[in-house]
Design a binder for this molecule. Structure first.
Ligand code: UT7
Length: 335
């Protein structure tokens, strides 16, 4: 049985910074409310026409490939996680294959929202374990800003999210010192509508219906989140799935060198840190600067932690995510 490791990491965020005070010009909110409830100070919003989910993913991917031991021509599969694709279909995976001019390798799109990168990494790990592929490009990228309700009506959702992308080259490992040890994935679809964007979709609403109705109060094409309900489930599931991963490997919370939690809300990350009695050096958060970037949040934070020297080869790194679906998961690795 082969194992896989993170061979290269990269991230990209748009230059355009949007502060909490900027948001308060468009909706009834305040810097104080946003900081207190979420920890967010600013986020990046892509400028229309300059960036797309795919283009940000490509930029992050180029950095990850450059920093890895392989070249783009060695990539033999692409996995792209996002909830904000450029097109309804095809997904961004094939657009990356086109833009990077990587042969005719397979491209898979993962739709698991905030858990998207953890799911994608797990899929990559399984393909490498089975021997099918050697080098897989895994991307998480989101362009939220163009799809948010920037009026007071949407404030409980819109102040949280930001744009950006992160990428990893996942390769076959030849060292016990550096390998993904396990991944654990879960879902609970009974809460699907508690954090969702219902339209456009074949099941309920299609764009032509929305346009025909021309109803300014129709929010089915805006993201909806039952914030407190999601929060309560998140803190429980984060803790459960981290424990599940650690105990599967005979490890405990003291063994963690770095926990990278999905950047959903700083209060959630702080709750988990306290529960597990982890020091500030054992958890990396950057939601203050980027907001919640959904599938991009873990690869952006992982890349940043590595760039800052907070993670080195052989460290025990734990990734954990929870979000829409509900879906959640963890990956335990020797970095
Ligand atoms: O990444 C996917 C997973 N997502 C999460 O894990 C998010 C989990 N949930 C949360 O992070 C929090 O629930 C939120 C940050 C989204 C909201 O915080 P909250 O403490 O749960 O606030 P709330 O929704 O209960 O709203 C409290 C009050 C309400 O006013 P009233 O009814 O008490 O008068 C809201 O209308 O705050 C009001 N409010 C706002 N006020 C200023 C809601 N959004 C805002 C806002 N600015 N942006």
């Amino acid at each position: 049985m082969y194992t896989s490791f993170i061979n290269g990491l990269g991230h990209y965020v748009p230059e355009n910074r949007v502060t909490n005070d900027d948001l308060s010009q468009w909706m009834e909110t305040s810097d104080e409310w946003i900081r207190e409830r979420t920890g967010i100070e600013e986020r990046r919003f892509a400028v229309k026409g300059e960036d797309t989910t795919t283009s940000m993913g490509v930029k992050a991917a180029k950095v990850a490939i450059e920093r890895s031991t392989v070249s783009k021509d060695d990539i033999d599969f692409i996995i792209f996680a996002t909830l904000s694709p450029d097109y309804y279909f095809p997904g961004p995976g094939v657009l990356v294959q086109r833009d990077l001019e990587i042969g005719t390798v397979g491209a898979l799109d993962v739709r698991n929202q905030c858990s998207g990168f953890v799911y994608a990494l797990s899929v990559a790990d399984q393909f490498i374990r089975s021997g099918m592929y050697k080098n897989i490009l895994v991307i998480g990228s989101e362009l939220h800003s163009h799809g948010l309700d920037m009026t007071t009506r949407g404030r409980s959702v819109s102040v949280i999210f930001g744009d950006g992308a992160g990428a990893a080259v996942v390769s076959r490992s030849d060292s016990d010192q550096s390998q993904i040890l396990s991944s654990h994935l879960h879902s609970e679809g009974q809460h699907a509508e508690e954090l969702a964007l219902i339209a456009p979709g074949m099941g309920k609403r299609w764009v032509s219906d929305i346009l025909a109705d021309n109803d300014p109060n129709d929010v089915s094409y805006m993201p909806y989140m039952n914030g407190q309900f999601v929060f309560k489930h998140a803190v429980v599931r984060f803790a459960e799935v981290i424990h599940e991963g650690l105990s599967h490997n005979g490890l405990s919370t003291e063994d963690i060198d770095m926990l990278i939690p999905h950047q959903a809300n700083l209060r959630i990350a702080q709750f988990i840190q306290k529960k597990f009695k982890l020091s500030d050096d054992q958890v990396h958060n950057n939601i203050m600067k980027y907001g919640n970037t959904t599938a991009a949040s873990i690869p952006i934070a992982l890349t940043e932690a590595w760039e800052l020297g907070k993670i080195k080869r052989g460290d025990l790194v734990v990734l954990a995510a929870f979000g829409s679906g509900f879906t959640w998961g963890s990956v335990i690795m020797r970095f």
